[in-house]
Write a protein that binds this ligand. Structure first.
Ligand code: ADP
Ligand code: ZN
Ligand code: ZN
Length: 743
């Protein structure tokens, strides 16, 4: 018996299928999806791999499998999915298989893992590229050190105990890496599982409103009849979508089946999970969340595998949870960009969900207050069944929205960040002892420094981007590679002392608020305050529990939370997302303004939203004032059709990067020429290779080719043909289908 094995490695030339002979004594254990250890090349240690095919003969001279492990194998249907994914998303099968394994399972010794909590967590100080380079160039020689680094690259929130047991290493190995500057060890108080709250009062089904009932009945039919059907629940914030999810899951459980609920990572809060625990009890619910330690995630995964779990709640990758007897998949906030992975494998969880739902003949339910344009388009064309909820379930009113024209403010001599209207509104809100959220449509990176005399700005040496100024540490940081340096006070080009600070970051806004309202308490939330040591949960709880007057923040304040005492939301500059180099800029602006407006007036008192903008006539901004999705859609879809953007086509981005500038351009041109050659039928609109908008990151030059077409097997073949024969050892080629970002 011969098996086809895929080696679990991200080394490019191992991304092939290798044949191995099966010794007679283990023939009975052979199954597709099983984990095996095999000899490979001149590697000293046996390599881990997975069986992806079984056959009788091989045309090669082959070696024997060394051992087979029944634990931590993968179901055969998942192997089929991994193969499909590797083709569709242009990546290694082993990268896809990793998504389907218990978190942390990358070495042999996991079964001996000591369960226990440690207060010490390990974080990487170097980037993935730096580490891979050091491993390839033998800067790191010790196998154990390599294992530690690879494990840390693959897993988040790793405690030292978990690290030692998962990688079969010792604290001495970890210490060495700390000395060499690869990692840092941080003491953290480990709380009990933050997502399990013991004092939850059980709830029962609410009586559904007519609208909810209609949605529920329709979807239940598909559950009863075991048929695949895709639904979109389009309902304003607070319209009772979650209550419908709860009752649908109840239906599925009655049939002795199970459910997966996907939520954007950032909305996966204890409050959110509590609602499910309150209805179904914690015993049958597993939560997969990157804030759990890798050990906890491993335990959750194992619990799911054991068959005792009936509901999985998690972020994007929870779609691969090994749950059996699946009866329903729900994707909440389906428009959220986090369902599309930016890392290898660059998959879209919605596409995986459709695949699974079709294969198992079960419904897929998407929910949103601001659906993805592509989703809504399919709903308009009948491919997705649309159910609408037009009213808030608890009868609170939608907030009123005002637009303030910042051009007029400027004309009236107001150069501050707050318009007079927003200033007075904050003042009134403080007097009324209500809370305010101020939302900045970007993070700190807009604060940069520039010489007034010669226009010099500080750029990162390794990446061609302007460095960001951080007030608290008085340092400059590169947000692409993490490089930091001292601030400059004298221009290195012309020696002028006239250094100016530009931009409106959250730090600057908070400082201005403190100056204008010295008596108010404030709290700030952005990518810099929400570091690994200080999660966004803590900030939001503090805001709510200590009744802090003003929360200043970025994108992160937009999601999920329910703050009954917030009656005012101010958007400082709505425009910044309008002019990003992306065909979705209007859509993103509309979504974010609508979502942030939804934060106001969720309690008894009604809410006010004030949106400041330089473009009051832009239709995305106008529609968000009216909170009218349909109007926005009708306008936006015309523009998409005219310019042939999704949903009227798919976009393929091929990114080529190399340390050598000329090599980058040369390879890009080669790929381009090959695509053109294959494109006689004109199925693909291919644009000439160009440097990417950010044309250098971490010392690698970046070029890209963009193509527009209907994605299909033919297109996959053409792209593969164009890249498979590229012989250039240091060139990296990434293919991204409908990428999140065009930068
Ligand atoms: P969404 O998920 O659309 O934001 P939720 O399901 O969270 O909406 O509902 C918003 C609020 O309305 C919640 O406090 C919820 O308990 C309440 N609610 C939902 N459905 C009903 C109902 N049928 N009757 C009474 N209250 C409801
Ligand atoms: Zn200068
Ligand atoms: Zn950099």
């Amino acid at each position: 018996m011969i098996v086809e094995v895929i080696i679990n490695s991200n080394v490019k030339n191992l991304n092939r299928i290798f044949d191995y002979n099966v010794p007679i004594d283990i023939e009975n254990d052979i199954k597709i999806g099983r984990r095996v250890f095999v000899p490979f090349g001149n590697m000293k240690e046996p390599q881990e791999g997975f069986i992806i095919g079984i056959k009788e003969k091989s045309e090669y001279e082959i070696k024997d499998i060394l051992s087979i492990q029944k634990e931590n194998s993968i179901e055969e249907d998942k192997i089929i999915l991994a193969k499909l994914m590797a083709r569709k998303y242009f990546c290694n099968i082993s990268d896809c298989i990793k998504l389907m394994l218990p978190p942390g399972t990358t070495t042999k010794n996991i079964e001996n893992r000591i369960k226990g909590k440690s207060a010490r967590f390990i974080y990487l100080l170097k980037t993935e590229e730096e580490i891979n380079e050091d491993i390839e160039n033998n800067v790191i020689k010790s196998e154990k050190q390599k294992r530690i680094l690879k494990f840390l690259l693959d897993n988040e929130e790793v405690s030292s105990i978990d690290l030692e047991t998962f990688t079969d290493t010792t604290s001495a190995n970890i210490k060495v890496l700390e000395k060499k500057g690869y990692i840092e060890i941080i003491e953290k108080t480990v709380e009990r599982n933050p997502f399990i709250n013991k004092n939850i009062i059980p709830t029962t089904n609410l009586t559904l409103t007519d609208e909810q009932k209609k949605a529920f009945d329709e979807i239940s039919t598909s559950i009863k009849n075991n048929t695949f059907e895709e639904y979109l629940i389009f309902g304003v914030t607070g319209s009772g979508k979650t209550e419908i999810y709860l009752q649908l899951i109840g239906e599925v459980l009655k049939k002795n089946k199970t459910a997966i609920l996907l939520v954007p990572e950032i909305s996966l809060t204890p409050q959110m999970i509590d609602r499910f625990i309150a209805r179904f009890g914690e015993e049958e619910i597993a939560v997969l969340h990157s804030k759990l330690s890798v050990g906890e995630r491993y335990d959750q995964w194992k619990k799911i595998e054991s068959g005792n779990i009936r509901i999985v709640i998690g972020a994007r990758s929870a779609i691969f949870a090994p749950i059996k007897n699946l009866g329903l998949i729900i994707i909440d906030e389906e428009h959220d960009a986090s369902y599309k992975s930016d890392k290898n494998p660059r998959y879209n969880a919605k596409e995986i969900a459709i695949y699974l739902a079709k294969e198992r003949n079960i419904p897929l339910v998407l929910g949103s207050a601001t659906p993805d344009i592509n989703t809504y388009y399919e709903a308009m064309n009948g491919k997705i069944k649309l159910v609408s909820l037009t009213r808030r379930a608890n009868k609170s009113n939608l907030p009123s929205v005002e637009i303030i024209d910042l051009k007029e403010e400027l004309a009236n001599g107001n150069r501050g960040m707050l318009s007079r209207r927003l200033f007075t509104a904050i003042q009134d809100n403080l007097k009324a002892k209500k809370q305010t959220i101020l939302f900045l449509n970007r993070r700190g990176y807009s604060t940069f420094i520039m010489c007034r005399d010669c226009g010099y700005t500080v750029k990162c040496n390794k990446c061609n981007v302007t460095m960001t100024y951080h007030i608290e540490q008085n340092r400059l940081k590169c947000h692409y590679c993490g490089y930091e340096r001292k601030n400059v006070t004298i221009c290195p080009e012309c020696s002028s002392k006239n250094i100016r600070y530009f931009g409106t970051g959250t730090e600057k806004l908070e400082a201005e608020i403190k100056k204008l309202f010295p008596e108010a308490t404030t709290i700030r939330m952005d990518i810099d305050t929400v570091s690994k040591k200080n999660s966004h949960e803590i900030i939001l709880n503090k805001f709510r529990d200590e009744n802090i007057d003003i929360l200043v923040g970025t994108q992160m304040v937009v999601k999920g939370h329910h703050f009954p005492n917030v009656t005012l939301v101010g958007v400082i500059a709505a425009d910044s997302s309008l002019f990003i180099d992306d065909y979705r800029s209007n859509e993103r602006t509309f979504q974010i303004l609508t979502q942030v407006a939804g934060r106001a007036g969720r309690g008894e008192s009604s809410g006010n939203v004030i949106i400041q903008t330089y473009n009051p006539d832009n239709f995305a901004i106008e529609c968000s004032k009216l909170q009218n999705y349909q109007m926005f859609y009708d306008e936006e879809i015309k523009f998409r059709e005219l310019l042939k953007y999704p949903p009227y086509c798919d976009i393929i981005k091929i990114e080529i990067s190399d340390m050598s500038k000329s090599q980058t351009a040369k390879i890009a041109t080669q790929i381009y020429n090959s695509l053109i050659e294959q494109n006689e039928d004109g199925k693909m609109a291919i644009y000439k290779p160009m440097p990417s908008p950010i044309d250098k990151i971490k010392n690698r030059y970046r070029w890209r080719i963009v193509g527009r077409c209907r994605f299909s097997n033919t297109i996959i073949d053409r792209v593969n043909t164009s890249i498979k024969d590229i012989k250039s050892a240091n060139t990296r080629i990434l293919v991204d289908i409908n990428p999140n970002s065009m930068v």
